[in-house]
Design a protein around this ligand. Structure first.
Ligand SMILES: *[C@@H]1O[C@H](CO)[C@@H](O)[C@H](O)[C@H]1NC(C)=O
Length: 455
């Protein structure tokens, strides 16, 4: 009896504590879980990887140097992918396991590193639908999530792991299906086949993160919008830096990407506003309001047909173009990417930008270099006077960078220019895109920018 009373008292206390937390919680349930379809597409809430409102936040104690290390791995994996050099096999695959055994002879190709730099949203799967936290990635195609029984390995995720047995609409996909053949272009690794004729995918992401499992189909849903027979990976071996997300949502240009599979219903475009860690962003899939954007053409590249290439044509600092020739900007292909944190520029362009920004900020005491960032200042981005910097793209579309898009705070008293020199490809990263609306209109082959997209 006494025990029962204590339990009742304890649960009352917990209820009060929860109520107080809800009042003081800056992240309302609406911010956490907004999913809404109207004539301008399917609207989903997008979370910064380190936002306290994220349903699967990256460890708040993660030092910025770890973010940069991870960013370097993503860059290296892009480079290997463009050079088409295979990466090392994951060493943790247990050859005793059936999935792993089927894969013993599959060479691994580099994908794109994911994790701490990537934004997350929610996706529903199965019948009845259950919601999962997914990393959003414009640099990869196949959508996959961790799947019970996690035959080899699952990382720790927020919420329960997807259970195919609990979904009445789940089916595995056979090795002879065309989607199984499409895996080669979607994951950059050929499919394998299990002894029971189920197609096995293997998605690998630079920095030795990977997911291996069964190609499957089920109903995907976002709020009340659902699409049957969505092809995705049911991951039985998932290892690497995926934070506490359940899996990954691929938005690259490929038949198997979420974008292409939803396009017959929603249209061949998506847009997003990547929020800062203290604002709220969105991912919209499908039709959009074309009037608000300034556009630059998507460029095709023989190096890779699923990444989004555009053409950077100039950078101005305080209204003045950098002192480099226009050909310097096109000396490397340029990729726009949602998951790279720091923008990479051709070396000559980078040096000129660094010099021009340092000259414009002469009055601000400088600070020592921090990891790959070599143009640093004492203070915090939000409180410093930074010059107006514009990145201009073919066709005239521009990103007019606010101080938070130009400088990144690396610790409590230091901020650095959020750019670095590129080796094999220039990358327009997410620090520079934050708070802009960016539309990827695959149907019209163009990318658009508009200021002020996050709330
Ligand atoms: C559709 O919903 C989004 C999100 O609520 C809103 O921002 C947008 O203006 C709506 N579009 C139309 C055409 O109603």
């Amino acid at each position: 009896m006494a025990l029962l009373l204590r339990l009742v008292a304890l649960s009352l206390l917990l209820a009060v504590a929860t109520a107080i937390r809800d009042i003081t919680d800056p992240c309302s349930s609406e911010i956490k879980d907004f999913q809404h379809l109207n004539s301008s597409g399917l609207h989903l809430t997008l979370h910064h990887p380190r936002s306290p409102c994220s349903p699967a936040p990256v460890d708040a104690d993660l030092p910025f140097s770890a973010v940069l290390t991870h960013d370097a791995a993503r860059i290296a994996s892009f480079a290997a992918r463009l050079a088409k050099t295979p990466s090392a096999r994951p060493t943790s695959l247990d050859e005793q396991q059936p999935v792993a055994a089927s894969l013993a002879s599959v060479p691994l190709n580099p994908g794109t590193s994911v994790g701490v730099g990537n934004y997350v949203t929610r996706m529903g799967l199965g019948t009845p639908a259950t919601s999962y936290v997914m990393v959003v990635d414009t640099g990869s195609s196949l959508t996959w999530l961790q799947c019970s029984p996690c035959m080899v390995s699952c990382h720790r995720q927020a919420g329960p792991v997807f259970n195919p047995k609990a979904s009445s609409s789940y089916a595995s996909v056979s090795c002879s299906s065309s989607q199984c053949g499409d895996l080669t272009s979607a994951t950059l690794n050929p499919a394998a086949c299990s002894s029971s004729n189920v197609c096995i995918y293997q998605a690998s992401y630079g920095d030795s993160s990977f997911s291996v499992g069964y190609l499957s189909k089920d109903t995907v849903s976002f709020g009340s919008t659902s699409v049957p027979n969505f092809y995705y990976g049911c991951g039985q071996d998932n290892e690497g830096l995926f934070g506490r997300s359940a899996g990954l949502m691929g938005l690259a240009r490929n038949k198997l990407s979420l974008l292409y599979q939803l396009a017959p219903k929603l249209g061949y475009s998506f847009s997003y506003c990547l929020p800062t860690s203290s604002s709220s962003g969105y991912l919209s899939i499908g039709s959009y309001n074309p009037g608000q954007y300034a556009y630059t053409p998507m460029v095709s590249s023989s190096l890779d047909d699923s990444l989004y290439f555009i053409k950077l044509t100039g950078i101005t600092v305080a209204g003045k173009p950098l002192a480099v020739s226009t050909s310097a900007y096109s000396s490397l292909p340029t990729i726009i990417d949602s998951g790279t944190v720091i923008t990479r520029l051709p070396t000559g362009v980078y040096s000129a930008l660094s010099k021009a920004v340092a000259a414009a900020m002469r009055g601000t005491p400088s600070a020592p270099a921090f990891s790959i960032l070599d143009t640093c200042f004492q203070g915090q981005a939000a409180r410093l006077r930074a010059p107006a910097v514009s990145m201009v793209f073919a066709g005239g579309a521009a990103l007019k960078l606010a101080p938070r898009n130009l400088l990144v705070d690396v610790d409590d008293s230091t901020t650095c220019l959020a750019f670095a020199p590129a080796r094999s490809a220039a990358i327009i990263g997410n620090t520079q895109q934050q708070t802009f609306s960016v539309v990827y209109d695959v149907k019209s082959n163009r990318i658009g920018f508009a200021a002020g997209g996050c709330s």
